[in-house]
Each structure stands twice: as structure tokens, then as C-alpha cells.
Design a protein around this ligand. Structure first.
Ligand SMILES: [Cu+2]
Length: 204
């Protein structure tokens, strides 16, 4: 019983607010679009998704419907500016008053929570393997990875932001994973945050 047709991965491309400030004179309406000063892309790229059970093409998947109910929403904004990358997560309809860990991972979401792969690292940990992902605080830290831990309010809403001084390698950062608790920084456990509760596919 899945009535999810319209909610699959609503990817909202950024809409630039052009044409809002030109009401002063009708004579100016003939100005060609090319003459308007459109700034280069400082606007964030936005991926807006609604959590659902796994299905082919799902933009956001829940693996724990108590923490992340079907119908909860995720909005991920990515802004690149002067070699810095800012990521903002906004969630609604999540379990209230709850801690979550959250990181950018390397693979898109899948049916299995592990499908999202390990964390994206700016400088990859040379000791990491497929079976033993990086847990060395020298690499698994919020400067070398993107961590977006948050705590929801009583209504299940949350906003988390992170800024790093590097940019993603294209095609190598492809999801945001929500975890069971805030992220550990201890040696051997650095970067771990418990079970994977949900996943949002994002092309960072
Ligand atoms: Cu993670």
C-alpha cells in the first residue's frame, strides 16, 4: 500500500527572485533580460524531500518510522562561496525532543541503510577500508567531514548548519544520513553516531 507517486524526491531547483523589484516604471519593462545584472550563483542549491519507505527513486528514506515518520520532510541547502561550503539541513515532522547525528555520506540512499556508504572526507583516511571505515579523529572530524547533528524541538522540527573550508569532489558526496545519537569524537569511535535512521539523497 504505497501512495507515494508525487512525493518522490521533489528536487526543487533554486528559484531566483528576479522580477520582484521592477514595479517602479512600466517604461522599463521592455528591458531585455540580458541587461539585468544577474549575480553568479550565490544562491544555495536546494533539495527538498519527503521521507517515505524505501522505494526505487525515493528521495528520502526512513528506516525507523518512530524517529523519522513517513511524511516528515528534509530540506538540504548547499551553498558554495569562496572555496567554502555551507550545508543546512531543515527537518520537520521528526520525533520531538530527540538527538540525531547527521553526516554527508558518499553513496545515494538505498533499501539497506548501509547503501549510503561511509562518510565523505575531504582528505580520505588512508587506513579506512570498506569493512573498517575511518574512525581516526585525525580524519573523522567535523573539519574533514560534514556533521549536522541536531536536536529536535517538541514539535519535531530542527535546523542544523555546517561550514567547511573546502568543496565537494563532484559525484563523491551523495547523501545525508540521520543517525540514532550525536556523533562521537573519541578515538576508534570518531564519527560514529549509532544506527542509521533515515537517509536523504542529495547531489552535493
Ligand atoms: Cu553518518
Amino acid at each position: 500500500m504505497r501512495t507515494t507517486t508525487l512525493t518522490v524526491g521533489l528536487a526543487l531547483t533554486t528559484i531566483l527572485a528576479t522580477g520582484c523589484s521592477q514595479a517602479d516604471s512600466t517604461d522599463e519593462d521592455v528591458k531585455a533580460p540580458s541587461e539585468q545584472s544577474v549575480q553568479p550563483t550565490t544562491s544555495p542549491a536546494v533539495t527538498a524531500s519527503i521521507f517515505m519507505e524505501w522505494d526505487e527513486g525515493a528521495g528520502a528514506v526512513t528506516y525507523d518510522e518512530t524517529a523519522v515518520p513517513v511524511g516528515a520532510t528534509a530540506d538540504v541547502q548547499v551553498r558554495v562561496e569562496a572555496e567554502e561550503t555551507g550545508v543546512q539541513f531543515t527537518g520537520t515532522g521528526l520525533e520531538g525532543d530527540r538527538d540525531f547525528g547527521a553526516h554527508v555520506h558518499t553513496q545515494p540512499c538505498g533499501e539497506d541503510p548501509s547503501d549510503a556508504g561511509p562518510h565523505y572526507q575531504d582528505e580520505p583516511d588512508p587506513a579506512a577500508t570498506e569493512d573498517e571505515p575511518s574512525a581516526d579523529p585525525a580524519y573523522a572530524n567535523p573539519e574533514n567531514e560534514v556533521w549536522l547533528d541536531f536536536t529536535t524541538d517538541a514539535d519535531g522540527n530542527a535546523v542544523a548548519t555546517a561550514t567547511v573550508d573546502w568543496t565537494f569532489r563532484e559525484g563523491e558526496a551523495r547523501s545525508l544520513v540521520l543517525h540514532d545519537h550525536h556523533t562521537s569524537t573519541e578515538h576508534g569511535e570518531a564519527g560514529t553516531a549509532g544506527d542509521r535512521l533515515a537517509c536523504v539523497t542529495v547531489e552535493f
